[in-house]
Design a protein around this ligand. Sequence first.
Ligand SMILES: [Zn+2]
Length: 245
Amino acid sequence: MIAERIKRFIQKHGGLHLRRFGKCLDSCWMRIKAHTYLQKAKRETCMNSKSTEQKTGQLVLPGERLGVIEEFTPDTGTFVKDGVIYAMVVGRALRDLASRRVSVYPVVHEIRVPKVGSTVVGQVSNVQSENAAVRIFQIGGKLLSGVFTGVLHISDVHLRYVDSMFSVCKAGDIIRAKVISLKNQVYHLSTKDTDLGVIYAFCSHCGGSLVSKRQGMSCPRCGNIEERKTVFDYGKELVSTNGGI
Ligand SMILES: [Zn+2]
């Protein structure tokens, strides 16, 4: 009778501690012990199934327990230690009851934010005599997870002395710069290298794209000549079209 109960239990609960029960079933005289195991296993299964069900589809953190290898086959996003299956990544824990597989699907995608040392691309939003504000939207050719504001100070523009920021860039220009500091939660930028500076400039008279000429930045549309601190590969970088321009 107990053996039948155990069998039903195993059918119902999918073979948890099957091996241990199998030994008990072989020795009928150990029914009392089997009964103890049954009670214990029931308690464990209740606890396990409760915790696993709670975790199914739920957010789990790396190292979070998902089950044991007697219950499930570990799949994507999991690892096993001492017979216990843990989440390897931050994600949603999913268990396939048909195949008895447990996996974790990552929900945290790569978040791109500027860091000190990052080369970023942004649009100049405001220029004053000593500072320019830049809306940073791209890093390493990829759009950032949001738009960040950076500040370019006149002392970080060029290796040589620069007397006015108005000769460096103008509002609307696209610049490539390096993040040199995050002091006071502000992205401080530098354009001191030859590959840093204005990559696209626009005429302050007519808005046309400026081209780099020997005498300065020239507007083919209205003939206006302006000054900028440009990069050596001016006008060549591909900028994401939906990047806040
Ligand atoms: Zn023009």
